[in-house]
Design a binder for this molecule. Structure first.
Ligand code: IPM
Ligand code: MG
Length: 359
């Protein structure tokens, strides 16, 4: 099959890990006889430097003309003093919004080979962790009205959390459908004891739950969810939540599975198009040093194969190769410990490449 992929390396370690994912995709194309056409586009700080804005028109057009987008990471200390609406991060927010990617899937799965990398006690991890966040991605406080006011010598800043019932309904529906394909267990996370937007969230999810009697459904307050993720993560299958809560809780969940450097994500809508990116940031402190963990980006490419191209065997062969590298004891610096073998980005990528095979 033929697919067009836009690659957006971005900033910091973004270009390195995206390159790792690209060569893995090339290998898949070779082994399984597909053709992937890549085109590179700029977004984030590098786009500010090259053309004065974080999300150039050409980049958006390139994405719209592709079957899927693979993104590294954006942002860095160099642009940290830029005003809010000119920061590199606005590129990601713009891409999500303008491409209509309302659901962000963030799986946190504990590979059996990295049990020892989890900061949790063995009696907790032995029950397994295999959960997925469905984070609402184009609404909430990320996109609500914000600003500053000066009055009588006092400066006031505000950000607004807003949700419409239809925004909640479409992401809720996505989560219920996903739960149906998995262990049929859905937890919706909100702060309905305080926030009105959360009360609408809860009401909408309750109404939806009547359409899915086979799914066991539970509401959980976000503070409790933060605790439960550490205390008993095996209870979770699918977790649906707002943009902000999903941002925070998915970082928490990522570290339970060993390292944030392992976790991919998919930003999707109701057709096959998607944007795939590691959940980690641009890590400017280790950029260009061949130290970054390429696994999150490589697994993001696997999600692309699965969700946008319906190439399930191909996705599985990437996941297996990653698992092999980890069980062979290979670890990049973010996960290195005395009993493992420290490898560079390039060495990890090479090892994974060598283990990609057709089943
Ligand atoms: C993420 C990131 C982004 C977010 C930033 C870079 C804008 O933290 O994808 O989780 O907050 O959504
Ligand atoms: Mg985040």
């Amino acid at each position: 099959m033929n697919f067009k992929i836009t690659l957006i390396g971005g900033d910091g370690i973004g270009p390195e890990v995206t390159e790792s994912a690209r060569v893995v995709l090339e290998k898949i194309a070779l082994v399984y006889n597909h053709s992937f056409k890549f085109n590179e586009a700029l977004a984030g700080g590098c786009a500010i430097d090259a053309c004065g804005k974080p999300l150039p028109e050409e980049t958006l057009t390139a994405c719209k003309e592709s079957d899927a987008v693979l993104l590294g990471a954006v942002g860095g200390t160099k642009w940290d003093t830029y005003p809010g609406d000119k920061r590199p991060e606005t590129a990601i927010l713009g891409l999500r919004k303008q491409l209509g990617l309302f659901a962000n899937l963030r799986p946190a799965k504990l590979f059996p080979t990295v049990l020892g990398d989890s900061p949790l006690r063995g009696d907790i991890t032995e029950k397994g962790i295999d959960l997925i966040f469905v984070r609402e991605l184009t609404g909430g406080i990320y996109y609500g009205e914000r600003g500053r006011e000066n009055k009588n010598g006092t400066t006031r800043a505000f950000d607004t959390e807003t949700y419409t019932d239809s925004e909640i309904y479409r992401v809720g529906k996505y989560a219920f459908e996903l739960a149906m394909q998995r262990r049929k267990n859905l937890v919706s996370v909100d702060k309905a004891n305080v926030l009105e937007s959360s009360r609408l969230w809860r009401e909408t999810l309750h109404n939806l739950s009547r359409e899915y009697p086979q799914v066991s459904y539970l509401d959980m307050l976000v503070d409790n969810a933060a605790m439960q993720l550490v205390k008993a993560p095996s209870q979770f299958d699918v977790i649906v939540t707002s943009n902000m809560f999903g941002d925070i809780l998915s970082d928490e969940a990522s570290v339970l599975t060993g390292s944030i450097g392992l976790l991919p994500s998919a930003s999707v809508r109701n057709d096959l198009f998607g944007l795939y990116e590691p959940i980690h940031g641009s890590a400017p402190d280790i950029a260009g040093q061949n130290k970054a963990n390429p696994i999150a980006a490589i697994l993001s490419a696997a999600m692309m194969l699965k969700y946008s191209f319906s190439l399930f065997d191909e996705a599985l062969s990437i996941e297996n190769a990653v698992n092999t590298a980890l069980s062979n004891g290979l670890r990049t610096a973010d996960m290195f410990s005395a009993s493992t073998k420290a490898v560079s980005t390039a060495e990890m990528t090479q090892h994974i490449l060598e283990h990609i095979e057709k089943k």
